[in-house]
Ligand binder design. Sequence first.
Ligand SMILES: [Zn+2]
Length: 339
Amino acid sequence: MATDSFAQTLTAKQPRLLAAFKHIIAQNHLAHAYLFAGMEGAGQPELAHWIAQRLFCLHVTDDGEPDGTCEECVRIANGSHPDIVTVAPEGQRIHVDQVRYLKAEFSKSAVEGNRKLFIISDAEKMTASAANSLLKFIEEPSGNVTALLLTTNKQLMLPTIISRTQVIEFPPLNAQALQQTFEQAGIAPNQAQMARSLTSSVTQAQALLEDDWLPQASQALWRWFERAVKGDSRSFVAVQVNLVGLAKDADHQLVMLDLIAALFQDLLQLHFQVATTALTFGQYQQELTALTTRLSDDQLIAATELALTAKRQLASNISFQNVLEGLTLKLWPIFQTNA
Ligand SMILES: [Zn+2]
């Protein structure tokens, strides 16, 4: 990665957040723990590394930018700076041992008096014991230490962690710009439209589209959904027969639940007639519109809440199949009056 690319990327993706953190650091108001939350590709790692360079750079420019070329900046860009410790999942999880290592580094810095910065990627993947171990540390901050937790799934973070960090929400990238970026990367326009409601990252979008996974998954979900909202018992069977096989790993399971939530979001948008241009399931707009005209506000809101709860259930170790079957059973009575 080029040494000046953090600022460049952020200027394109999150100019307001970049300006805000420039100001915060210039005023010496940096908090000791932040949670950077937003879609994949929204710029969380870039901002974390920009902050690192800004804090350690030997020649900060007059307008508050790290120069990107000094010894410190170069080591940060290379990921080899001794005072910046990065923790990322090993396998699917961040384990308690990794947090213990981090805490040991923290206490060293307290003795040495050096500034240290900790970056925890995919922080929602901390095990409960890792999170609890980190919690104690965040509660008793020591002088020159800043912790940056990055996540693309804030709803999976423990509330106790969220409440002890300053949460910075990264807004989704501008829809038009994202559509253009995806299309330039060779993604078909209708697929780009669907992918950008799930991710802001070209790499992740391409991974989801590999072997036509995303179109297949959305089609299967749509067939399940059409039946579920009619209380058709075949929707229950479809979970095991059609959906479980598509969710081949934990990431794809989460994306499928995101797609279900997006379906209900589309319905809500059509129902309340707001911003209908960016439907995730745009290819089913006619059917969705027909459906929304015979649903009440209460039905839609209740169903949307259920869809959002599904993701938390998955995080609490209920199997994907059980989560979806449970959701199907709960949807039936909500929509029964319109069958
Ligand atoms: Zn520098």
